[in-house]
Design a protein around this ligand. Structure first.
Ligand code: ADP
Length: 580
């Protein structure tokens, strides 16, 4: 219970509906726990006892109408209780998911890359759902069931004082706490298995999302059977985990029912001994039954709390993860940057082994700087440190002499346009995808950017022009078309710094020429870092940095490097041969 305290603010948010729900729950509890036994005790005898011989039909009908009345109160309050609990529940779920999703937006990329995206997805959908279920059940049955129990026990105690079956009632009261034993036992068993269940759910979702992200590969490599087997194995362990919980959770109700039958039998024996009347006996048994019911429900609630705890652990693993890349406490005021980039003694590691070693370099504003080197040398990592996607281990990255850690993230990133190798488009219209570059852009500006990026021609050729929806991740467009949209975004953004990851895959020659032309226009007056793969790009760069195993081993322009640096010469000759 204590675990959930920090999350009770989610309940506060739905105070209105929840209060209504709980009030109706109370009414439901009293009308069930005390109302039903009272009917048995007073209404039936009032009609059937010999004293009732003189009653008119009207009076009997009046007395009998108490029965539907009690049930009506119980029905309406039960209904309103369920409705408002559901309402509170979905609101809580919404807030929980939103908090989780927001957290994912600000967590460091290094954290997200360590986790399987399917597992993160499962935490956001399945674990929030479980937690929502637990919280609302806690809010609901946590009040309603104890109230029903109190109602029933209250009735029993009242009977004890008003009739002569005191002993009988005492016996009943002793048996009620006994049934708490199986509840505790089962709860302990469920907790551990709930952890396993949610983890299995996460891994099944991972297999699923991985598969959907690799539909082409699966067919190309004939992995259909392997994938189906992997998924089958995942769902099989999920089923096993589900059944392990069911094994214990489902045993609870029968166990409590057997206990209550023993209780009723014992009551019967004592009733015989003390000579109570039939009506009292039946009323007491009804009250007894009414008090087992909540014990059963409280037991189920206990199981749900355990399952909720497991879900909470998984959510907290993300919610409590520190956001390491944040705005500084006293950010420097940053407008439009000029674009002098400098790395001073920068060392960086993703895990333990450094990927960049003591890198020092200055890239003056207006430079087109090409990064070359073998794959895995650290070029991408170097470029990713400029927008502060990762935090340097030692040293500093500065722009215009200002440490990137001294600026607000939004200020820094507003000054940077990023064009990646495989640009991601959202499943929206072409126009809205362009707008991402600068959401406030006027229509004319968007058009101009598309024209500059040589994207306008092909966009007009699409089925609905700028209003064509591009499909998830832009599947309906070719690689070259996606690149041109990404370039148009960069034009729109018009940032002083441009980071470009050149596509390694060959594009059709028309796209290639269009992109080269667009790039030449785009780089004017900007500081550009290009992870370069094409010799033409490399040759045109004013500064070339040669990376090898995390270090810059040479720098200069094409002519000087080609003459002096063996690695550069071999890389360039290979590029040239490949392109020729
Ligand atoms: P390049 O762009 O020159 O091909 P990268 O900067 O992508 O090289 O990678 C440099 C090294 O860092 C490689 O050894 C790569 O395996 C490692 N690396 C890259 N990204 C990550 C990551 N997210 N987590 C762990 N290691 C990474």
């Amino acid at each position: 219970m204590r675990r959930f305290r920090p999350y009770l603010h989610y309940l506060k948010m739905v105070r209105g509906p929840l209060t209504t729900a709980i009030f109706c729950g109370l009414l439901y509890g009293v009308s069930s726990g005390a109302g039903l036994p009272a009917l048995v005790k007073y209404i039936f005898p009032a009609i059937f006892s010999h004293k009732a011989d003189g009653l008119s039909l009207g009076t009997v009908a009046l007395i009998a109408s108490c029965i539907p009345l009690v049930f009506l109160v119980r029905a309406i309050s039960g209904y309103l209780n369920s409705y408002y609990i559901q309402l509170s529940g979905v609101r809580i779920l919404e807030a929980l998911r939103l908090d989780y999703f927001r957290k994912l937006q600000v967590l460091p990329l290094s954290f997200l890359q360590r986790k399987a995206s399917g597992d993160l997805l499962s935490r956001g959908m399945a674990d929030t759902q479980q937690l929502q279920f637990t919280l609302t059940l806690l809010a609901n049955d946590g009040v309603k069931q104890p109230m029903t129990l109190a109602g029933a026990i209250g009735f029993l105690v009242w009977q004890a004082f008003t009739t002569d079956g005191v002993l009988l009632v005492l016996v009943c009261l002793v048996i009620v706490p006994l049934s708490v034993l199986p509840v505790r036992y089962v709860g302990r068993k469920v907790l551990r298995r709930a952890h396993q269940l949610q983890a299995h759910l996460g891994s099944v979702t991972s297999i699923f999302s991985e598969n959907l992200a690799a539909t082409r590969e699966v067919r190309a490599f004939g992995l259909e059977q392997r994938e189906a087997d992997r998924f089958a194995a995942g769902t099989r362990s999920l089923v096993t985990a589900q059944m392990k919980i069911a094994k214990y959770a489902q045993a609870l109700t029968p166990a409590i029912e057997v206990l209550s039958a023993v209780g009723i039998a014992a009551t019967l024996v004592f009733a015989f001994g003390t000579g109570v009347t039939l009506e009292t006996f039946i009323a007491v048994v009804t009250a007894l039954y009414m008090s087992y019911e909540p014990v059963k429900k409280i037991g189920a609630l206990n199981n749900e709390i355990k399952r909720g705890t497991a879900a909470l652990d998984r959510l907290e693993a993300v919610l409590h993860e520190p956001v390491t890349i944040t705005d500084p406490a006293q950010p420097a005021e940053v407008g439009r940057l000029r674009g002098d980039i400098a790395f001073a003694g920068v060392t960086f590691a993703y895990d333990s082994a450094p990927v960049l070693w003591d890198v020092t370099v200055a890239i003056p504003a207006g430079t087109v700087c090409a990064l070359v080197g073998p794959s895995g040398a650290g070029k991408t990592t170097f470029a990713n440190l400029v927008p502060r996607f990762y935090e340097v281990g030692a040293g500093a990255v500065t722009i215009d002499g200002l440490d990137v850690r001294a600026m607000r993230l939004a200020d820094l990133r507003r000054n940077i346009a990023l064009v990646s190798q495989d640009p991601v488009l959202f499943n929206d219209t072409v126009y809205n995808n362009l707008l991402l570059g600068w959401p406030a852009a006027a229509h004319g500006v968007v058009m101009a950017a598309a024209i500059d990026a040589h994207a306008d021609e092909f966009i007009r050729g699409l089925a609905h022009g700028y209003d064509t929806v591009v499909g998830e991740r832009g599947v309906l467009l070719s690689g070259g078309q996606k690149q041109r949209i990404a370039l148009a975004r960069a034009f729109l953004r018009n940032a002083p710094l441009l980071i470009l990851d050149e596509a390694t895959s060959a594009l059709d020659s028309e796209s290639e020429a269009a992109i080269q032309d667009a790039l030449r226009k785009l780089v004017v007056g900007k500081t550009v870092i290009i992870i370069a793969h094409r010799f033409s790009t490399i040759r045109d760069a004013s500064l070339i940095l040669v990376f090898d195993r995390g270090e810059i081993i040479a720098r200069g322009n094409h002519a000087s490097l080609y003459a002096d640096n063996a690695l550069y010469k071999s890389l360039y000759d290979r590029q040239h041969a490949g392109a020729a």
